[in-house]
Design a protein around this ligand. Structure first.
Ligand code: GDG
Length: 453
């Protein structure tokens, strides 16, 4: 089987820096899983060339596959990415009703860009190719391809939540998007809840859930457990890690991630337990994201104000409760935090999956995971301490309890989670998807299969 993979973001980009072209890697688990698939299979990865030098690298051969970059004008970028994908679809699919922008203006560039992707894909497709489209930015691509290449085999993987049908119908273009998605041969989500919501939406809007039931599947994305579990760090690094108990989190700066509520939970805990002063640090790493979208700029200001208040209220010359860092860090630094933190505090208000939770479970030496029950990953990580991210008191109490959890309970919870992330890892995810493709498209799977382990 050959693949054409389509994602909005590229696995890496080329930027012009001080007169030279430099490569910028894009962080994120989806990119690394797909890189692995493409390395094992010949094929093409169609993506948006968002680097300042990417016009010079529209087609590029890497590690045995081809990258084909779609170039967008600045107006197309604004309409497709900032306005419709991140200003309309992202808040819609995370239940942020008041943030959904429904002006029709942005839909046109979204259609144009989706068409550019579909045309590019059709240029490379042949009868042996699986076309694997990813995520909400490219929701119209399956429908467009179906018209251009009626016999093609299309898989759609949706990485964010799917909401209840009634909520989805807020979107003026709801029917259009749904018709496109259901023209895929297979659609995968990360959880059973999203599958149920999707089928119910289909029934409400198109009236035909029965006919697509067997092509909609929950196959949660896994992580590369060996990569996160492999330690190559000297004892000096360990010694340089804070002596106090450490609570850790890393998230893109996004209103879905529940950052402010976490700060409020730490504040609540400190206001009730004065004995905790000086005893821990909350290391809060926040990665810049969608920095040109206005909501994100305002949110950063609000978050920093809250962190400042808590540090001002409880900190002193010797102790800053919340150590806040707003930057992207290297994988090694991230793995170091995962390994040595006592507690990971991962409490999104809602999340399609949340790879960070799984990465922490794989890498941690002896840590505790406090996880939002509204993160898709909570369906797999049942041994985490599951919390409601809207309940500040409950979060504060869970944190307080975690700070004094017995070593036996800590180890047993972590061992359970490690077993899950090891079993349902990236290889498992790719094999499951490939197996489901084979069932539905026997003619297309006569080629030899790689072993992903
Ligand atoms: C979407 C869905 C779903 C982040 N900052 C740095 C860094 N990261 C890496 C993490 C992790 C990834 O980025 C973030 O993944 P998440 O799953 O936590 O969140 P989203 O970006 O919102 O992803 C989500 C996902 O798609 C996959 O389907 O799980 O629900 O919203 O891998 O490690 N990595 C490094 N430095 C950083 O500063 N090195």
């Amino acid at each position: 089987m050959k693949y054409i993979v389509a994602t909005a973001r590229a696995p890496f980009s080329h930027d012009r820096v001080e007169g030279k072209d430099v490569v910028r890697q894009n962080v994120g688990g989806v990119a690394s899983s797909l890189r692995r698939l493409m390395r094992d299979r010949e094929g093409t990865w169609v993506c948006w060339g968002d680097g300042t030098s990417d016009t010079n690298y529209q087609e590029e051969a890497v590690e045995g596959y081809r990258i084909s970059r779609v170039i967008l004008s600045s107006n197309e970028k604004r309409g497709f990415y900032d306005d419709f994908s991140n200003g309309t679809l992202w808040p819609l699919f995370h239940y942020f009703r008041e943030k959904i922008k429904t002006e029709d203006r942005a839909f046109e560039p979204y259609v144009t860009v989706n068409r550019k992707f579909a045309e590019r894909i059709s240029r490379y497709a042949d009868k042996d190719t699986v076309i694997w489209v990813h995520d909400y930015q490219l929701s119209l691509v399956p429908g467009m391809i179906r018209k251009m290449l009626p016999d093609s085999f299309i898989v759609m993987t949706w990485h964010i939540p799917w909401v209840a049908g009634e909520f989805f119908s807020i979107l003026p273009q709801a029917k259009h998007i749904l018709e496109s998605l259901t023209s895929s041969n297979m659609i995968t989500f990360h959880t059973d809840i999203f599958v149920r919501n999707f089928l119910e939406t289909q029934e409400q809007i198109l009236g035909s859930a029965g006919s697509i039931r067997n092509k909609v599947l929950a196959i949660p994305l896994g992580i590369d457990d060996k990569y996160y579990g492999a330690w190559n760090l000297s004892e000096t690094r360990r010694k340089s890690y804070p002596k106090r108990k450490t609570i850790f989190s890393i998230d893109r700066l996004d209103y879905t991630k529940g950052l402010k509520n976490r700060v409020l939970a730490v504040e609540y805990m400190l206001s009730r337990h004065s004995d905790l002063k000086g005893k821990f640090n909350y290391v809060m790493l926040v990665t810049p994201s969608r920095t040109t979208v206005s909501d994100y700029i305002a949110m950063k200001r609000e978050l920093e104000m809250n962190i400042g208040r808590v540090n001002g209220r409880f900190g002193d010359l010797e102790w800053t409760p919340i150590v806040y860092m707003y930057r992207k860090v290297s994988d090694n630094i991230l793995k170091n935090h995962y390994r040595f933190s006592d507690i990971a505090f991962i409490t999104p208000l809602i999340d399609g999956l949340n790879l960070v939770a799984k990465e922490f479970a794989a890498a941690s030496e002896d840590g505790i995971l406090i996880l939002s029950k509204f993160a898709g990953a909570s369906a797999d990580l049942r041994s985490a301490i599951l919390v409601n991210p809207y309940d500040i008191k409950e979060m504060a109490e869970s944190l307080y309890g975690a700070l004094s959890m017995s070593p036996e309970e800590r180890r047993s919870r972590l061992a359970d989670m490690k077993a899950v992330v090891r079993r349902k890892n990236t290889s498992w995810w790719l094999s499951r998807i490939e197996k489901e493709i084979s069932k539905r498209w026997p003619g297309g799977t006569n080629k030899s299969k790689p072993n992903y382990n």
